[in-house]
Structures are given as structure tokens and as C-alpha cells.
Design a protein around this ligand. Structure first.
Ligand SMILES: *Cc1c(COP(=O)(O)O)cnc(C)c1O
Length: 484
């Protein structure tokens, strides 16, 4: 016995290193705090893109122990300064992320307390916080309070959950798959296709809707297709609309599609991962009319609410349709059974059991700031997108149609070389420069440069800087390559 105790005491000397003393905690935090401050202070002048590779050897777990200040140096060089700087306001490509400071503090608190956010029994407070966020989302999007919901890691898992509910509600089992039909658009996000495949609907019939000139689903044509498919003995069961497509930020006609889905008894899923929160703005509220008709709805707080990466959300009106797939129990779970009735038990509406307390990173900023600065930020992005397009025209660029939201595209109408060649080269040089970041896409067969204004740090001066860079590179193309 004494020997056993002696052994335990000996080993504790090593294991207790995982619990640093207060002095060390203060010291470590100070290092992190200083680096975080300099990172934020330098963001305005730091590069937003660098195509340099990170050093695998230096980042290897096996590279040996290292002090925190040294590690911060490694992090700075090998992580923060490589690739896309997603925290930068000069990130105007893909769908820019957020990263508001208050969420980082919430994450710190969530990690230190390590609340178990999967079950009410384990952390009633964490589960209530998550439910209250979902309730707030329900009120924003006109959903009934009885709807189920989940905070997910992002839009992809949120879509997966919504589509699983659609499948369950319509009882799409193996024998029905080959004649069941889903309606979507070529501009539907690719995570929808991925989700359909994951949930066993790979062999479903997919009808790509006709689009109007602004790349939105033509509702009338879609209704016609449903009628035809029904007449042909098929089983239409799901309409998917997007409120803010990734390519051009287009909002499908939500109200019309909602009516069509209701009339034909189809599940109505809306992916508003990028665009959803613009409903909070007076200017665009009307565009979202009909969003309340959705059976399932996806939004991404890590996009339109400027939360750091790792937070999406799904709402589903029919609770049983979701829990049918996700509510499970087991002997080792018996203590927590039936702990709640009116709240949504997180583990019952998600593939996850143990989960990060991600509600706190949404709740804390909303409680501290209120919603007003979030809404102002969204309105600001709409105005900046508009301003950007005007400034681009002034320096001779063509821009895509007036966008519904804050994503648009542009290209230079070269007279000396093929337009695609010119714009590819232009983007290549913009990437090399690294002080502003855009991505590209293909619209109607044409290579175009995409601009997406969604970072809370994108300001008027950011757009002015971007215009200056684009124009300088345009002049350089003329000077060095003879491109006009
Ligand atoms: C970003 C996006 C997704 C995917 O969401 P993740 O959070 O990246 O998983 C899905 N749909 C749309 C419209 C998006 O913009």
C-alpha cells in the first residue's frame, strides 16, 4: 500500500504540470494577450494573402517541447502569416469570416469551465443559452417557438441536419430513392450535394431549376417541372432555395417557392448560410419575405454575425423529423434521460454528443453589444459593396448585375487580349501583391473576379485601398505586358 501511494505521489509531480500555477497562468496569458493585441493592431497593414508554404517540420508535434514565447513566434510565422488572413478586413474573397473579439473571450471561458453542452442534465445553463440563441433566431426568421434547432460547427452540418429531417419526414427509404426528386439550382452550395450523398440520397433525381437573369430560381418553371414529374409517376419531395448564393449573393424568390412547396406538399429547405442575417437590415428585410415558410433553415453565425469560424445553425419546424434520426439513448445515458421537456436537447438534434459550448461565443457578444452594432455592420457591408461597384466602373471595369446582397463580380473588358486571360493575370498579380484578397468564379462560362464584402473589419478605407491596388495592377499590366 505504501509503495503504491509512493508511486502515485511520484507520478503526480509530472502529471500536475497540466495544471499551471496562478503565476504561470498569468504569465502565459500575458504572452497570448500581447500577441493578440499586436495581431489586431497590425491587421490594417498586414498582408491578407501569402501563398508561402508552412514548414511541416517546425509544426510537427514531435518537434520537441518549446516555450510559449517561442511557440508564439512559430505560430506567427508558420500559421498566421501564411495563406489567407481571414481576420483581415481586406479579405474580400470567398465568403469572408468574422472573428469578433468578444467571442474569443467567450471561447476562453467556455474552455476553462469546459461546460458539457450536449445535455441539459450536464449543463442546464449551457443548454438554456443555446436554446435562447435558437429562440432568438426563430423570432428573427418568423419560426414558431416549437421549432427544433441546433448550433452546429457550420453551414455544412446545419444543411446535413435539415436535409436529414426532410428525408425522414417524407420517408425516403431505399426503394423510393430512384424516383424521388429534389429541386435546386446550379448555384446551390456544394455542401448540399455532399449532404445528400452522406444521408444516402446519392441516387435521388436532382432537377436543376432554370434561372433568371440574376441567377435566381425561376419559380414558375419549377412549379411546372413538379407538376410534370408528378404526372410521370415520380415522387417530388424537396425544394431547396438559397438566400444569398455563394457565387453572386442572389436570393431565390423565397415567398413564391414557399407557396409552391406548400401547394405540392414538398419539404421546403432554405440555405441562408451567407445571406440570412441581412434580414436584420431595414434595406433588405423585404427580400427575405417567405423565409418563415421554410420547413428547415440554415444560417451561419460565423458569416453574417461575424462570429469566429465554428458556428452554424439550423432550425427545423417539425421536431420529430429531426429527432427521428438523432435521438438515441443507451444504458450509460440513463441518468440524463427525460431531464427536459420543452427545451431542445442538443444531442437529440445533432450527430454530435459531446460538444463545444459554442453557444457562449454567440450569446456573450449579443448580450454585451446588443444587436445594434451587428445590424449597422450588415448595412455598412451593403453600402460598401455598392460603393465598390461604382468605384470599379469609374476605373473602367465591368461589374455583374446589381447584387441582392454584398457579393458581386467584376472583370476588365480588355481590348488587347482575351478577357479571361486578362482577368486571370490580373487576379494572379493581386494575389502576389497580397494586400487585398479576391477569389474568382465562372459566370455563364466567363472568368470573373468575385468580391464579397462581409468582414466586420472591411471599411470605406479598405475599399479605397482595394481600388488603388486594382488600378495600379491594371496600369502595370499595360506597362509590362502590353495588356490593355
Ligand atoms: C458557406 C456556405 C455554406 C457552407 O457553410 P460552412 O459554414 O462553410 O460549412 C453553405 N451554403 C452557403 C450558401 C454558404 O455560403
Amino acid at each position: 500500500m505504501d509503495e503504491l501511494k509512493q508511486k502515485i505521489i511520484e507520478i503526480e509531480k509530472i502529471s500536475s504540470e497540466l495544471e499551471p500555477s496562478e503565476k504561470f497562468r498569468n504569465d502565459y496569458l500575458q504572452h497570448i494577450h500581447e500577441y493578440a493585441n499586436s495581431f489586431i493592431n497590425d491587421l490594417e497593414t498586414a498582408k491578407v494573402f501569402s501563398d508561402g508554404r508552412s514548414d511541416r517540420n517546425v509544426l510537427s508535434v514531435g518537434a520537441g517541447k518549446i516555450s510559449l514565447p517561442e511557440l508564439i513566434g512559430v505560430f506567427k510565422h508558420e500559421v498566421a502569416e501564411k495563406g489567407i488572413n481571414a481576420a483581415s478586413g481586406s479579405h474580400l474573397g470567398y465568403v469572408p469570416g468574422g472573428g469578433i473579439y468578444m467571442s474569443s473571450l467567450a471561447d476562453y471561458l467556455a474552455a476553462v469551465t469546459n461546460e458539457y453542452a450536449g445535455l441539459f442534465y450536464a449543463s442546464p445553463g449551457a443548454v438554456i443559452i443555446e436554446n435562447e440563441i435558437l429562440n432568438w433566431l426563430k423570432s428573427v426568421f418568423g419560426f414558431p417557438m416549437s421549432a427544433a434547432g441546433s448550433l452546429t460547427s457550420g453551414g455544412s452540418i446545419a444543411n446535413l441536419i435539415g436535409l436529414t429531417a426532410a428525408r425522414n419526414h417524407h420517408g425516403i427509404k431505399s426503394d423510393m430513392i430512384p424516383r424521388s426528386v429534389v429541386y435546386l439550382s446550379k448555384h446551390t452550395h456544394h455542401c448540399i450535394g455532399k449532404a445528400l450523398k452522406i444521408i444516402g440520397l446519392e441516387d435521388i433525381i436532382i432537377r436543376y431549376s432554370e434561372l433568371d437573369e440574376k441567377l435566381r430560381i425561376n419559380a414558375e418553371r419549377l412549379a411546372g417541372q413538379i407538376i410534370k414529374d408528378k404526372a410521370d409517376g415520380l415522387n417530388p419531395f424537396l425544394v431547396i432555395a438559397t438566400a444569398g448564393t455563394t457565387d453572386t449573393g442572389a436570393v431565390d424568390p423565397l415567398f413564391d417557392l414557399g407557396n409552391i412547396a406548400a401547394k405540392h406538399n414538398l419539404w421546403y429547405h432554405i440555405d441562408a448560410a451567407y445571406g440570412g442575417f441581412f434580414i436584420l437590415t431595414e434595406e433588405r428585410k423585404e427580400l427575405f419575405r417567405g423565409i418563415e415558410m421554410a420547413d428547415s433553415l440554415v444560417v451561419d453565425p460565423h458569416k453574417g454575425l461575424f462570429i469566429p469560424y465554428g458556428t452554424g445553425a439550423v432550425l427545423v419546424k417539425n421536431r420529430e423529423a429531426v429527432t427521428d434520426s438523432f435521438q438515441y439513448t443507451a444504458n450509460y445515458m440513463q441518468d440524463s434521460a427525460n431531464a427536459i421537456t420543452d427545451l431542445c436537447e442538443p444531442a437529440d438534434v445533432s450527430p454530435e454528443l459531446t460538444r463545444h459550448f459554442r453557444g457562449l461565443r454567440v450569446w456573450l457578444p449579443l448580450r454585451i453589444h446588443g444587436t445594434e452594432p451587428f445590424i449597422a455592420c450588415l448595412s455598412e457591408k451593403l453600402l460598401l459593396a455598392k460603393y465598390f461597384r461604382i468605384r470599379l466602373s469609374e476605373i473602367g471595369f465591368c461589374t455583374g448585375p446589381e447584387p441582392d446582397l454584398s457579393i458581386s463580380y467584376f472583370w476588365y473588358p480588355s481590348v488587347s487580349v482575351d478577357e479571361d486571360t486578362y482577368n486571370r493575370k490580373l487576379l494572379e498579380l493581386i494575389h502576389k501583391d497580397g494586400n487585398v484578397f479576391f477569389s474568382s468564379t465562372i459566370i455563364n462560362g466567363k472568368f470573373v473576379i468575385r468580391m464579397a464584402v462581409l468582414s466586420f473589419r472591411t471599411r470605406l478605407r479598405t475599399i479605397d485601398k482595394a481600388i488603388e491596388i486594382i488600378n495600379n495592377i491594371r496600369l502595370r499590366l499595360e506597362r509590362e505586358f502590353g495588356y490593355k
